[in-house]
Design a protein around this ligand. Structure first.
Ligand code: B12
Ligand code: SF4
Length: 427
């Protein structure tokens, strides 16, 4: 059969727009189907837009996040319904909604059900995918299936684990992958890394260091095999283990992406993040001591945040020399505790999913208006990613950060232009 898998384009410019990294779900599924002898093409619309007028396939599979769901349904509408299946995070959270646009929805992890669905042995409207217990048995994702993807110059995502033992109130991860942390063996990951001829890797695990013993074993392999230039996502508790950070640095880690979430301790508590502002500051010092660059991720707009919190966050990021900054507004993703609370209180004012991208306010905040939050967020971003900061970084010979800051400037400009179309938000 000919199968086409599609990752819909992002709804708007975001801090990652210049980094065309695919979701791994469609690549894993495409690889499994290819290994079964099917002909597979994968499109990530942000990388290569299919010619829909000419696109023909026996089956179209669409992978949706909440922010890309609207576009995903639009794509589904271009094909006869009996040819379309939908999966991914948002479809797993709201399967009834997705089912209106396709013949079948796969809920959750789809590796163990995709073949039966594609080959017609499972025709249920809602297919409940099983969590893959032994991740070592999955094939290594084949990126050659992804149309127009410039592998040699791209940052290649690698997933070494699924699930997260925490359960932050705004996060979708545990709703799909569960709280049980499952991980691949160090040997299995290393074999994948050896097959990847690439300059840059991103471990897209939500919590790369959650199982220290496995992480240490993997880092040892990586150091021995001279793997260089990679980034990962960790919680700030990882920095409490100095020897882990030393090993990460020795094994080629360059950037840590850290969910700091807030410098407002009441917000950290409300998000059930189980970390303190002190932990955040200590971790920044520990990361920087090892020359690890920090991509700091914050969430703004919770019930304890006001206008000042936004500006204090930017000042904090500059003072602490956080290298790149992401400030998402609190977004009530369906299935989360935040969604349940705001929905119960009648504070969600739009269910246009394309606005659920962490950049648009979709609910009424408590201590400031939605407009104030949106406008101040944009201004705060402009302040951080100012042209003058690029210049100053450049003059101090921090070329990487200067370049990233310039990219940030350009994304914020694009984003401001898009927002200016909305009269109520004119800034
Ligand atoms: C890597 C990553 C990114 C990358 C690349 C993302 C991209 N191309 O969209 C970057 C850094 C750019 C990014 C950006 C964003 N991300 Co992001 N990201 C991730 C991360 C960490 C890993 C994704 C991944 O590869 N997972 C592993 C694979 C195996 O899982 P999967 O793709 O979901 O696939 C499985 C199933 O869903 C299903 N499936 C998937 N597709 C399909 C298709 C079909 C047809 C079928 C049948 C089944 C199926 O089967 C797959 C195999 O089991 C996830 C967290 C996570 N654990 O998934 C967050 C996550 C997806 N991101 C999220 C968010 C919010 C965003 C942003 C909106 C904002 C932000 N936080 O920056 C932007 C928007 C991006 C966009 N596309 O518009 C949320 C999404 C929540 C939601 N309800 O939609 C997540 C879940 C994180 C979270 N904490 O909640 N992200
Ligand atoms: S935000 Fe991070 S630590 Fe919290 S539940 Fe989500 S993945 Fe886990």
């Amino acid at each position: 059969m000919k199968i086409v898998l599609i990752e819909p384009r992002a709804s708007e410019a975001n801090v990652y727009s210049k980094i065309p990294m695919p979701l791994l779900g469609p690549i894993y599924l495409g690889t499994i189907l290819k290994n079964r002898g099917h002909t597979v093409e994968i499109y990530k619309e942000d990388v290569s837009m299919p010619d829909y007028a000419k696109l023909d396939a026996d089956l179209i599979g669409i992978s949706i996040l909440t922010s890309t769901a609207r576009r995903g349904y639009e794509i589904a509408g271009k094909f006869p319904r009996e040819k379309v299946i939908i999966g991914g995070i948002h479809a797993s959270l709201l399967p009834q909604e997705a089912a209106q646009f396709c013949r079948q929805v796969i809920i959750g992890e789809a590796e163990d059900s995709i073949v039966d669905v594609v080959e017609g042995r499972n025709a249920q409207r809602f297919v409940y995918g099983q969590a893959v217990e032994n991740l070592d048995r999955l094939p290594y994702p084949d990126f050659s299936l992804l149309k127009g993807f410039k592998y040699s110059s791209a940052i290649i995502p690698v997933s070494t684990s699924r699930g997260c033992p925490f359960d932050c109130s705004f996060c979708s991860v545990t709703k799909i992958f569960g709280r049980k942390y499952r991980f691949r063996s160090a040997e299995n990951v290393m074999q994948e890394l050896e097959s990847r001829k690439t300059n840059a890797l991103f471990f897209c695990d939500d919590n790369f260091a959650a199982h220290p013993k496995r992480t240490y074993a993997l880092l040892k392999f990586m150091q021995l095999n001279k793997i260089r230039n990679w980034a990962c996502q960790v919680r700030c508790d990882a920095a409490k283990d100095g020897s882990l950070l030393d090993k990460m640095t020795a094994a080629g880690c360059k950037v840590v992406c850290v969910g700091f979430e807030s410098i407002n301790s009441r917000s950290l508590e409300a998000y059930e993040k189980k970390q303190s502002v002190g932990d955040i500051i200590n971790s920044i010092q520990s990361f920087h001591k090892r020359r690890l660059k920090i991509h700091g991720m914050f969430v703004l707009g919770g019930d304890n945040d006001d206008r000042k919190t936004i500006w204090e966050t930017v000042r904090f990021a500059r003072r602490q020399k956080i290298d790149t900054l992401q400030m998402c507004v609190l977004t009530p993703f369906p299935g989360t505790k935040v969604y349940a609370d705001l929905e119960r209180e009648g504070r969600i004012f739009t269910k246009d999913w394309s606005l659920y991208d962490g950049q648009h306010i979709v609910f009424r905040p408590k201590l400031l208006s939605a407009r104030e939050l949106q406008v101040n967020l944009l201004r705060a971003y402009s302040k951080f990613y100012a042209l003058s900061r690029s210049l100053s970084l450049f003059l101090r010979l921090h070329f990487r950060n200067a370049l990233l800051n310039l990219m940030g400037c350009s994304v914020i400009r694009e984003w401001k232009r898009a927002n200016c179309k909305m009269a109520w938000l004119r800034v």
